[in-house]
Design a protein around this ligand. Sequence first.
Ligand code: 5GP
Length: 213
Amino acid sequence: MNPFPIVMSAPSGAGKTTVTRELLARRTDLGYSVSCTTRSPRPGEVDGVDYHFLTPSDFLARVEQQQMAEHANVHGRMYGTLKSAVQTVLDSGKHVMMDIDVQGARQFAHAYPHAVLVFLLPPSVEVLVARLIGRNTEDRSTLLTRLRSAHAELQDVDRYHYVVVNDHLEATIARVGAIIDAEMVRRDRVSVLDQQVLGLVQRLEQEISQYSA
Ligand code: 5GP
């Protein structure tokens, strides 16, 4: 297998975390790259599992030491992907799933051109707002910031290879899973394929000359 990065982006509230978590739980060929952030943990979030929660100075030190594959300011906080987190998963032979915003995805795709970029759309603005309010973690101004970010993020959908509308959780999980399966057999990812095709061509040539003799 030839593991590759899968970047999932979506406006907050589109259901990306749930889809990513479910795929990770259901598939043994996927690993997760835990991001760094300077935001505070939400109730139930665990340092090193959901994020590496860093102070702004710790975060900047890692940027300066070029440890980050990408980083961005999202909703007024810093978020970033450690190169080592990506590499560890790839080295284990698994595809690495990442949950990163559109600015980060752009940087990441530049550094890792073989990455697959998937954008998850909410089925409607009403659903998006309801999901954000339902989280109970958003005050009014945070909600407004996230809605503005969602508005901006939608302008970047064209940069993604795949766009999936998250109208039904199971269907979305199946669609993203199908994307991963299809990408695994994309010709330019299958390094042994050239050899295999060459072998078949040579054998066919032998058969053809035998039958035409
Ligand atoms: P949240 O604070 O709700 O967990 O995430 C807010 C936003 O930050 C989401 O859009 C999420 O995709 C983005 N995000 C999470 N991790 C990273 C990362 O490592 N890099 C970048 N650029 N964005 C991230």
